[in-house]
Design a protein around this ligand. Structure first.
Ligand code: ADE
Length: 239
C-alpha cells in the first residue's frame, strides 16, 4: 500500500514511522509519503492559510494551497484524483473511524490523507478533492496529524507482515472472528498475584475449550456494554 499524508508538520511523523509495526510494513514494501503543503504553496512567504470569510477565530487552510500540493504530488487535477484513489480529509465532523472502515481502507492499494490545521480546511477542499471525510472521534484536535497517525496505525497493522503474529490482527476487538465484539481478557505470568488467579481454563492447554471461553467472554462483554461503560472513581474494579 502507498499512503501519502499531506501535512504542515511532516516532522511530527518521525516517531510514528519508527514504530515496529510501521517500520515492518515499510520494510515489506509499503510506503508512507509525507508532503508538506508549505513546500508547494503558490503564495509568498510560504503562506498556507488565511482568515475565514465572514469573520471568526482561527485560520483556514486554503484551497489553492491544497490543490498545488496535490498537483505537485500526482500531476493531475485533484478533482480527478479522488475518482482514482481514496482521498481522506480528516475532519472531526466526518464519518467515525471504526474497524469496518479500517478494513475497507486496508484493502485499498493507495490512500491520500489530508491533515487540516487550526480551523481545518476551506470547505471546497473537502467538497471537490476528497472522497471521504473521516473523524477519529467527536472532539477537536489542534490539527489532523494525530488523527492521521491513528488512522495509519490502525490500517498498517492490518497489513500482512506488519505484526509479528498474523493471528493477533485477525482475532482482536471488533473483528469478524469475535462477531464484532470487544476482545476477551488476556493474562500472563505470574499465574497468581496477591491472590488474583488467572482463570484455570487458560492454564489447561485445551485449545478448543480456551477458544470457546474467549468467545463467551467477548460476548459477555458485549452484553455488559463494557465498551460504553463510564468508569467513575469509587466504582471499584471493572466487571
Ligand atoms: N482534526 C481535528 N480534530 C479531528 C478529529 N477528531 N478527527 C479527525 N480529524 C481531526
Amino acid at each position: 500500500m502507498e499512503i501519502d499524508v499531506f501535512t504542515l508538520f511532516p516532522e511530527a511523523f518521525a516517531w510514528f514511522s519508527a514504530q515496529r509495526h510501521v517500520s515492518n510494513a515499510l520494510a515489506g514494501g509499503h510506503e508512507l509519503g509525507l508532503v508538506n503543503y508549505r513546500d508547494h504553496t503558490p503564495l509568498s512567504g510560504r503562506q498556507v492559510d488565511d482568515t475565514p470569510f465572514g469573520g471568526g477565530a482561527g485560520m483556514v487552510l486554503r484551497v489553492d494551497v491544497v490543490e498545488a500540493a496535490l498537483r505537485a504530488r500526482y500531476a493531475v487535477d485533484p478533482v480527478q484524483l479522488a475518482e482514482r484513489r481514496r482521498v481522506i480529509a480528516l475532519d472531526p465532523g466526518g464519518r467515525l473511524l471504526d474497524d469496518a472502515l479500517v478494513d475497507a481502507l486496508a484493502a485499498e492499494p493507495s490512500l491520500t490523507i489530508l491533515c487540516g490545521r487550526y480551523e481545518g480546511f476551506d470547505e471546497r477542499v473537502v467538497e471537490h478533492f476528497a472522497s471521504d471525510r473521516v473523524s477519529i472521534g467527536r472532539y477537536v484536535l489542534a490539527g489532523g496529524e494525530l488523527a492521521a497517525m491513528v488512522l495509519c496505525d490502525a490500517v498498517l497493522r492490518k497489513l500482512p507482515g506488519s505484526l509479528g503474529h498474523a493471528a493477533s490482527a485477525m482475532e482482536e476487538s471488533f473483528s469478524a472472528a469475535l462477531e464484532g465484539g470487544p476482545e476477551y481478557p488476556h493474562y500472563t505470568r505470574p499465574a497468581e498475584w496477591r491472590g488474583w488467579r488467572v482463570p484455570e481454563i487458560l492454564l489447561s492447554g485445551h485449545h478448543e475449550r480456551i477458544a470457546r471461553w474467549r468467545l463467551e467472554q467477548s460476548r459477555a462483554r458485549t452484553a455488559g456494554g463494557l465498551a460504553n461503560r463510564e468508569h467513575r472513581p469509587g466504582d471499584g474494579p471493572l466487571p
